[in-house]
Design a protein. Structure first.
Length: 333
């Protein structure tokens, strides 16, 4: 195949849009694997990519292909990579919304036998983000408590489940509305608190008998920094994953010092290949059993043809979904 179809960001008189174009087929080098893409998911970061405000350190020249992940079939790999032609895999992949992608051979995670490609695309980025936030950045120890803010999001849902798999003692889900309380409880949240009714930090403290939370995984950012510091336990870790509500907040340095708290920022954009590969290896090491036994099956809100990527991004922007939106990649579209 000399060329492939891909969804790329394109500038127009009315602003940035996404168009399907033909590009040169990716060329695999030693240490890489070539994947035939079957599905990719839609993430909030895709909106920033389209706007030109989300640029990774390893971005290359040329058209910006949409997508941060994908699932598909191995087309070619090194003999010693542990992967073979025909293997079904899921992986982080910059520019995943294309018929073919090339990634570091250490990145793909095998799909559980019972999973579809759509499930793999829905799960992989959330698995890697949630596991990294809890295990590596948050250094979660079995028995410790966890708070997940923006727990309704796809990554938030996965983080609740991963926290339980890693032995968290109590998992608190924080959301703007309690309309999905039953769903979050079914996922594994012990307590669901409303961040929009006032007294958020006090509710978290009450739920922990005044002790506070050991690991806080924050997808909201600045507006809740003060509450998170107040709600954190002595020697707690606040892991900043997302900034859905803004990047700036008020920090009580005195409480930070007295509680001996750690603020840890995480992103994939500034990680090198070895760091990303270590995250994938951590998911395999800690979660393979849970994956194979169905305990980490993702919730999919809907599956759309990849030609509907703009509409799918609009749904994500409006928060009118519960679970991941997945795009099915078809060579005929």
């Amino acid at each position: 195949m000399n060329s492939i179809k891909a969804m790329v960001v394109a500038g127009t008189a009315s602003g940035a849009t996404i168009q399907q174009r033909e590009l040169g087929a990716p060329v695999r080098n030693a240490g890489q694997v070539l994947i035939g893409v079957r599905a990719a998911s839609v993430n909030r970061a895709d909106l920033a990519v389209r706007a030109g405000t989300h640029v990774s350190a390893d971005a290359t020249a040329g058209p910006t292909v949409v997508g941060l992940d994908c699932a598909g079939v191995v087309l070619d790999a090194d003999a010693d990579s542990g992967l073979a032609t025909g293997d079904r895999v899921m992986t982080m992949a910059g520019g995943g919304l294309a018929e073919q992608v090339v990634v570091d051979a250490r990145m793909p995670i095998r799909l559980p036998d019972s999973w579809s490609f759509e499930m793999g695309a829905a799960a992989v980025l959330a698995l890697m983000t949630g596991h990294n936030a809890l295990r590596t950045a948050g250094r979660l120890v079995p028995g410790e408590s966890v708070l997940v803010n923006a727990a309704r999001s796809g990554v938030g849902q996965a983080t609740i489940r991963i926290a339980n798999e890693l032995g968290a003692g109590r998992v608190i889900a924080a959301v703007r509305s309690l309309r999905d309380e039953d769903f979050l409880t079914e996922l594994g949240a012990d307590i669901v608190v409303d961040t929009g009714s006032g007294g958020f930090a006090e509710a978290v403290l009450a739920a922990t008998d005044g002790r506070g939370v050991d690991v806080i995984v924050d997808h909201v950012g600045g507006p809740y920094l003060a509450d998170h510091v107040k709600a954190a336990a002595l020697k707690g870790r606040i892991v900043g994953v997302g900034r859905l509500g803004g990047a700036e907040g008020t920090l009580d340095m005195e409480t930070l010092a007295v509680k001996r708290l750690e603020l840890v920022g995480v992103t994939f954009r500034t990680r090198d290949a070895d760091e990303k590969a270590a995250i994938a290896a951590g998911v395999r090491a800690d979660l393979i059993e849970a994956l194979s036994e169905g305990r980490l099956d993702p919730r999919i809100d809907r599956v759309l043809p990849w030609t509907e990527v703009l509409g799918a991004q609009d749904v994500v922007a409006s928060d009118a979904h519960l679970g991941k939106i997945v795009l099915r990649v078809s060579a005929d579209a």
